[in-house]
Design a protein. Sequence first.
Length: 343
Amino acid sequence: MRFLLLPVLALALASPALAPPALAQAPASSWRLLNRTGQEAVGLVSTEAGAAARGRNRLRQTLPAGAEKTFRRRAGQPCRLDIRLRLADGREAVATGQDVCANPLVALEPGAVQPTPQQAPPRPGRRGAAAPREGSVSSGTGFLVAADRVMTNQHVVNNCARITLRAPGGHRLAAVAPVQANRDLDLAVLRVPGLTGPVLPFRPDLPRRGEDVITYGHPLSGLLSSDAKLTRGEVSGLAGFRDNPANLQFSAPLQPGNSGGPLLDMRGRVVGITSASLVGRREPMQNVNFAVKADRAIAFLRAAGVTPALAGETLPARGAVEVGEIAERSVFLVRCEMGDAAP
């Protein structure tokens, strides 16, 4: 990753008596953060010391261990900051009350890392619903796997105070606790009393490389139209990030909100549950996406007491339009509310 470091100007004066008082006491116009935590950082929030607001993420790209980044400080902004660096394993490194005017270099060491994870460990470059903050709302996708049961990703519903689903017709339903989830697989199954309809069947065997697949879900809810979106791609590989055997790789584009939706073959069978995208550190990655394999999802559902539907080669091959029409009746937008978020 390339970093643009703002130049730091040093004024060499022959004598302290020659230093203009106003210049000698002028606060720094920038400050630098050095990541010495031993882990890659994926987010940074800096707020006025003691302020309740969390602030926005100031990292546009990940910050590797040992790397340094410079931040501008506008005139009139406070000098004393509380700094929270979010790490790749979900923990945070915290430094409070840092006077970045007097000491413009803030180095976060391993001792600053909070011992207890605050959220689920992130997947590589996850583009689905990030773990929401207190009082916020996020969304993902889910699909009907049995009467009263909807499958999605664990990270879509992690730590939600309230979970609601929007059906294709627009009406809303509430999921009830407890949510059964597997953090390692990034899978969850929701109980939604009274929910019936056609379930999506799972394909019991692995797809082949090069097979056409379709994603169906609700990306960028609130920005794009409220109807579900269909994208096409191919199975690229039969393992996931760093040879993860629970995942497969595919090329159909993913956007935030697709997480938890079905990855379907051309017979309308679920071959995976979309979960993550790989984001390049030096250059953009083009459609390197991952899904939890159907066989892992089948085993998870059975362990949760749910009997998933299976379908073999007896189903006819279909076009993308027909596969989308099948999925439309069984796919839902999943809305996660944290704390006192408005309904």
